[in-house]
Write a protein that binds this ligand. Structure first.
Ligand SMILES: *[C@@H]1O[C@H](CO)[C@@H](O)[C@H](O)[C@H]1NC(C)=O
Ligand SMILES: *[C@@H]1O[C@H](CO)[C@@H](O)[C@H](O)[C@H]1NC(C)=O
Ligand SMILES: *[C@@H]1O[C@H](CO)[C@@H](O)[C@H](O)[C@H]1NC(C)=O
Ligand SMILES: *[C@@H]1O[C@H](CO)[C@@H](O)[C@H](O)[C@H]1NC(C)=O
Length: 360
């Protein structure tokens, strides 16, 4: 079934924008380069539209781009946000409407108090075959969160008007009402804080699976879990203890498959980890000294029948750390065909996927 996609991508690789991915890591066709941005442009996060098109955020410019993974001829600029330098988390909050974290970073330091959450409406957005934009998307601010230190991962709280936003600097999760703009802290824990030694990267990626919120804490090097209330006025608050699922090392955003396996972008260690529901950790793509997934920052499963076993991984091309003996490169979107790695996702049995992971 994926031969078709592989063939299409192989043909598209005659375009200048598509550079062949070295296959040495796996010796098979489980990985495909979809698109590479220019040097020094990094990618931070990814969300998938119902059409299958990818929306990627940049930490190096206040810009949101669309790339069509089935026809990756060019990246289309969706929106450039005013008075900011970086975009971080992104998630669908309504049909083809997305919430995005916007803020200012003086590399490598985020500016506390500069972060806000915006709403981007993709319903009118239209591009030509070459990726050029025919009709623009519209965007407006939901709210600034001046108390925030470093807003980062963002998810929808399913079945509610709320989004949850990880604050990596404070080690908390904010809940924002997408209509009234009211916001409040709903989660806070030692397991979400940056380590006592310092740094601003505590809780980073967040996802919900089976009534619990899972999170990476980048500098504490752990993958954690807390049961949460999913309805009512207390939606998003803790309904149990915060626990460590795995001590998996420094990691960034992640996605779930339908079986509850987490696919974790390692960033500093340049790979994708698989963390099973029992907490077993393995690296399934990329490697410490490989540029194939260099400083990968996030991933999301495709949403169409053709690509729901395909994990789209976005990289920042050595932004966090370059691999010894190599140089910065443009951020990439790489398709990891999880089925070809022999990992059953269970995704085929479900008809819809949101927020880059399965919600059950
Ligand atoms: C591709 O997109 C970039 C950035 O939006 C633009 O500058 C460039 O002209 C586009 N190239 C083609 C061939 O459309
Ligand atoms: C631009 O952002 C900075 C930093 O967040 C803020 O202090 C300033 O008020 C903003 N200016 C405008 C015009 O919004
Ligand atoms: C990565 O490269 C560094 C420097 O060349 C080397 O010291 C290290 O052992 C390598 N790590 C792995 C896992 O290959
Ligand atoms: C990217 O830019 C950096 C800084 O100018 C440079 O050192 C590096 O060689 C460039 N990488 C590529 C792949 O051209």
């Amino acid at each position: 079934m994926y031969c078709n996609i592989a063939t299409v991508l192989a043909l598209l690789c005659t375009l200048q924008a598509c550079i062949a991915v070295p296959q040495s890591d796996h010796g098979n066709d489980a990985l495909n380069l979809i698109y590479q941005f220019p040097n020094l442009t990094a990618l931070e996060n990814v969300a998938v539209r119902f059409s299958g098109k990818l929306l990627v955020t940049l930490p190096t410019a206040p810009e949101l781009y669309q790339v069509d993974p089935f026809h990756p001829v060019n990246a289309s600029l969706v929106y450039r946000f005013p008075n900011a330098t970086a975009l971080l988390g992104i998630a669908e909050i309504d049909h083809d409407v997305f919430a995005v974290v916007v803020g200012t970073v003086n590399p490598p330091n985020p500016v506390p108090g500069s972060f806000s959450v915006w709403r981007v409406d993709m319903r009118q957005f239209e591009t030509r075959e070459d990726g050029s934009v025919v009709r623009k998307a519209t965007a407006r601010i939901i709210t600034a969160i001046p108390e925030g230190a470093l807003l980062n991962g963002l998810i929808r709280l399913p079945g509610t008007p709320f989004i949850l936003v990880a604050d990596s600097g404070l080690g908390v999760v904010w809940r924002v009402h997408t209509k009234t703009a009211a916001y409040t802290q709903v989660l806070a824990s030692e397991l979400m804080r940056p380590p006592p030694e310092g740094g601003v990267l505590g809780v980073n990626g967040i996802r919900i699976f089976g009534g619990a919120l899972y999170f990476t804490n980048t500098l504490q090097g752990l993958f954690g879990r807390v049961a949460i209330r999913v309805h009512g006025p207390g939606a998003g608050t803790a309904a149990g203890e915060y626990t460590v699922v795995a001590r998996n090392g420094r990691a960034d955003d992640f996605a779930f498959d339908a079986r509850g396996n987490a696919y974790v972008a390692q960033n500093f260690d340049n790979g994708i980890q698989l963390i099973t529901p029992r907490g077993e950790v393995s690296v399934i793509a990329g490697a410490k000294n490989s540029t194939v997934l260099e400083s990968d920052a996030a991933c999301a499963f495709g949403r169409t029948p053709r690509d729901r076993d395909t994990l789209y991984v976005v990289t920042s091309g050595g932004l966090s750390e370059t691999i010894p003996g190599t140089y910065r490169e443009g951020g990439k979107i790489v398709a990891v065909h999880v089925d070809k790695l022999g990992i059953p996702t269970g995704n085929g049995r479900r008809s819809s996927v949101v927020d880059g992971g399965w919600e059950l």
